[in-house]
Design a protein around this ligand. Structure first.
Ligand SMILES: [Zn+2]
Length: 920
């Protein structure tokens, strides 16, 4: 996908030359504090006391200036940033930032949105007072540089660059166990506002720094409560326990949402990016010794501009070199991560022509100082490497203050590098957009078309709205379009390539080909949105697409909802079409009878899929008509009225009582399931081990969805966290710990469902319940003998299926689970789930299997594909009066795999009629 193109012709100065020029152009400034400025002696003493070795301190953090009238963190909190044994609640961090802003003309705090639990998210802007008075001017200049249609020539760009200031946005504490950046942010903001050290002064005078102290404040407060409740006295890192939930829906995956931008926190982040257009966005994480600066190892994302990836390396080597010259050990780059997937929070910058990067600093997860043994788990190299001039120590007494010294020093060095080379960074930001636009105008592909009239108009609209959230420009055809690739009806969406975010269009709508010889990927290797959502998108190589009659789409779109044919005499019909809203519709129509067609049929000259919903008119038809009308409009469904009932075999669709089950040891994946259900307005009970153990499940639920979770064996899932490890752990809200206990709570999160829970689940199914296991939980029914003739298939070491999009095929076309689906279906799968070995007797239970012929991988990579070909993807096993439906993939993947939800929703809709699919 990387085109040979004008990239290299226009822009590429050989990196080495540039690097040398930039380095030598940097003035060698004294790193020690100028004597003119007073020092806060006590704060300075406390910094030194909290630092465990002199080399863990730098000349930039070894003191704190004292300026009359401007509060230090200690003035507000009562302790310094990084005081041993302290973590700061989010409201106190905000309190400090607001006090600082009130006292200093160089600081202002702006709200950027609310978290899912209602906490205020902020960005703290810092620059000299003159700049602060003119922030709008600088925002406007950056917005111009972001759009090559506004700034067409090098000369025009240079005129703006001469007036503009680079904006550098630093965020931290995205992962709630990584508290160092949140604590650091307060002192960093103070230092940037007042320190007259020439390095800091240069930053303040030349650029605008934005700091978001925590991008997951909900999780930050939960983690802080948990620290004071359970970890306050822990001095052995192996004894630290972790809070089970952070945000309402996401745990670690809050750093994988920048493709869909689905969560309120990610939405605030993205909107703030487009408000300021920073040239650099940096997330400070915390996982490895002592400071890793991201540059990746490759393979780099194929659509990223070459200057993006080379600038990752450029800045990284500056930080490594500077901190190493201070004598700080363990500062390194080139490792840890690849640079392939575009879903991380900082990707908002890389995806939009700026630079997105991150640090991994070393933290103890809690506020305590702890003796760490780096050999205890794989942290990365501890010997000298070409990319790590001084290795970290094998054994080290580590404090949160050490972490703050490291990240603050590196942050300041990175800011300083951009401040000193500001024209360079501003120019390249403009050039990347300008080249993308020219490339889109002059080189194929010229567009992607999302044709109108697809079977699922709701997800078609969802895809368009996702592109709009990314600020990708989308047009809509006002008349039919004819190009070499075919003709498309009026109403089709056209994503033209002559736009500044052209590369992102290719990134999201194109096919990913992860290199065969590359090392294992850090995250997903394929994310093609059309495949994820099972929506047709067509790459257009015919330049005539530019002449198509289109109008811009300026606001989110909604599929049309209507009743075709007025008030029905006999029935209303909603086509299945794998439209997720079909289940929502059944719930909204709960007071009325509804039927599912067991085969495709035709009525009123329209074709309907098997699984289409037929709502017969009887008795109180006026009320029905009213509700149907609301359903059509609210759920964007086309509902057809007909004068006589269609002649097709049907069964009744009963209203299911649904539960979503989660374990306490892995809570990431149930969040995405709940998010999908909440978005679609599908009610459910959130249940865990305590509910299973109580039993009597069939009296309460018809369907239990067992969310994906970790565990190498069924026993890991059944046993849960070891209750012997630290004793019982209550995740409940209390007066003292008011942030705990959401979105779910338990008096004791240790231990699992146990054999007792397995038995209760078995009984639930035998009494007629439907258990749906999403990926890894299939180990429970298989390992515990709840299903016969099915065992785990052990793949070889060569088999490699990281997150990729695969081709699957329907094995049993009569089964309700595949109602509405085509014969061939794209689906998302990652190798963390097991594959199954199916006996010949159980073969009849296979509903969907991975492609048996041809290429199984559609986007991403699958190595040793022969091991997955023809294997079961979905199995429906009747047990007693009920069913167990086993998925060997996770159909609820990060708000992306919307084309797969309907497998689950079809199963739920037809929960007590799945047998119709298994009849001979
Ligand atoms: Zn992290």
């Amino acid at each position: 996908m990387r085109s040979k193109s004008i990239f290299s012709k226009l822009l590429f100065v050989p990196l080495l030359v540039l690097f040398t020029v930039l380095f030598f152009s940097l003035p060698i400034l004294s790193q020690s504090k100028p004597s003119a400025q007073a020092v806060d002696e006590e704060y300075t003493r406390l910094i030194k006391e909290a630092t465990t070795k002199p080399e863990f301190l730098s000349p930039l953090t070894s003191y704190l200036p004292r300026v009359e009238g401007v509060p230090t963190p200690k003035d507000v909190l009562g302790y310094i940033a990084g005081a041993p044994g302290k973590l700061t609640y989010y409201e106190d961090i905000l309190k400090y930032m607001k006090a600082l802003a009130k006292a200093s003309p160089n600081v202002e705090v702006f709200p950027i949105g609310k978290t899912s639990e209602g906490r205020e998210m902020v960005v703290v802007a810092i620059a000299d007072s003159e700049t602060m008075r003119n922030l709008q001017k600088y925002k406007d200049l950056m917005a111009k540089l972001a759009d090559p249609r506004q700034v067409k020539t090098e000369q025009e760009a240079e005129a703006i660059i001469a007036q503009a200031k680079p904006i550098y946005w630093l965020t931290g504490n995205l992962h709630s166990g990584e508290s160092g950046a949140a604590e650091c942010s307060m002192e960093l903001a103070y230092r940037l506002a007042v320190d007259d050290n020439p390095i800091v002064k240069k930053i303040r005078d030349s650029m605008i720094v934005l700091i978001t102290p925590s991008v997951e404040p909900d999780g930050h407060d939960k983690h802080t409560d948990w620290f004071y409740k359970y970890n306050k006295d822990v001095t052995d890192s192996s004894k630290i326990t972790r809070v089970p939930y952070w945000g309402r829906y996401t745990l670690h995956d809050n750093n994988r949402d920048m493709i869909s931008i689905s969560q309120p926190e990610t939405q605030s982040e993205a909107n703030n990016y487009f408000e300021w257009h920073p040239v650099v966005v940096q997330d400070n994480h915390e996982s490895i010794p002592f400071l890793y600066v991201s540059s990746g190892t490759g393979p780099y994302n194929a659509t990223y501009h070459p200057s993006t990836t080379s600038e990752w390396n450029l800045i990284a080597w500056w930080e490594v070199t500077r901190l190493t010259s201070f004598g700080m050990p363990g500062v390194w780059t080139h490792g840890f991560w690849d640079g392939w997937a575009p879903n991380y929070l900082f990707s908002v910058a890389n995806n939009h022509n700026a630079l997105g990067r991150f640090y991994e600093t070393f933290g103890n997860s809690i506020g305590n100082t702890i003796e760490r043994d780096l050999g205890e788990r794989r942290f990365g190299p501890t010997s000298k490497q070409w990319y790590m001039p001084i290795p970290p120590y094998e054994k080290v007494l580590w404090s949160i203050r050490n972490n703050i010294n490291y990240q603050q020093t590196a942050d300041l060095q990175a800011f300083y590098f951009v401040a000193t080379n500001k024209e360079y960074f501003l120019r390249n930001f403009w050039r990347r957009g300008s080249e993308a636009y020219k490339l889109g105008k002059n080189e194929s592909p010229y567009a992607f078309v999302i044709p109108a009239g697809q079977k699922d108009p709701v997800d078609t609209a969802y895809l368009v709205n996702l592109l709009l959230r990314q600020r990708i420009e989308v047009h809509q055809a006002t008349a039919p379009i004819g190009v070499e690739e075919g003709s498309f009806p009026a109403g089709s969406y056209v994503v033209r390539m002559d736009q500044p975010y052209r590369s992102l269009v290719v990134n999201l709508l194109g096919i990913q080909k992860y290199p065969q010889d590359a090392p294992r990927a850090y995250d997903d290797t394929g994310w093609t949105l059309g495949l994820h959502m099972d929506i047709k998108t067509v790459e257009i190589k015919d330049k005539a697409i530019f002449d198509a009659p289109v109008v811009p789409v300026n606001k989110p779109v909604k599929a049309k909802g209507e009743i075709v044919g007025g008030e029905a005499a006999a029935a209303y019909i909603i086509n299945n079409g794998t439209i997720n809203n079909l289940l929502s519709a059944r719930i909204k129509l709960k007071d009325f009878k509804a039927l599912a067609a067991e085969a495709p049929f035709e009525v009123e000259d329209k074709d309907f899929d098997a699984g289409s919903m037929i709502i017969p008119v009887s008795g109180a038809s006026a009320k029905l008509h009213k509700v149907v009308q609301t359903v059509a409009q609210e759920l964007s469904l086309e509902i057809v009225s007909c004068a006589s009932l269609p002649e097709v075999k049907t069964h009744e669709l009963d209203i299911p009582r649904i539960a979503i089950y989660h374990t306490w040891s892995s809570t990431q994946n149930d969040g995405w399931v709940r998010f999908a259900f909440d978005q679609l307005g599908i009610p459910y009970a959130m249940i865990h081990k305590d509910h299973l153990k109580k039993g009597n499940l069939k009296a309460k639920y018809d369907v239990i969805v067992f969310s994906n979770c970790g565990g190498r064996r069924g026993a890991d899932i059944v046993n849960g966290m070891d209750p012997e490890f630290r004793g019982s752990l209550a995740f409940v809200k209390s007066k003292e710990f008011k942030h705990l206990g959401t979105p779910d709570s338990s008096e004791d999160i240790t231990g699992g469902m146990g054999i007792e829970g397995v038995t209760k689940l078995q009984k639930f199914v035998e009494e007629g319940g439907l258990l749906i296991a999403l990926q890894n939980p299939v180990r429970v029914p298989v390992d515990y003998g709840m299903v016969r003739g099915i065992s785990i298939f052990d793949t070889s070491r060569d088999f490699y299926n990281p997150g990729s999009l695969l081709k699957a095929e329907v094995a049993n076309c009569k089964h309700p689970i595949v109602y509405g689906f085509d014969k061939e279906i794209p689906l998302y799968r990652s190798h963390s789930g097991p594959l199954l070995r199916i006996s010949s007797e159980a073969e009849k239970f296979v509903v969907v299997k991975y492609a048996s012929e041809g290429e199984v991988c559609l986007s991403g990579i699958v190595k040793s594909p022969g091991e997955i070909k023809g294997k079961a993807a979905i199995v429906d096993v009747p047990v007693g009066k009920g069913h167990m439906v086993l998925f060997t993939f996770n159909p609820f993947w990060r708000d992306l795999s919307r084309g797969n939800y309907m497998f689950v929703f079809n199963a739920i809709l037809n929960y007590n009629d799945l047998g119709v699919g298994l009849q001979e």
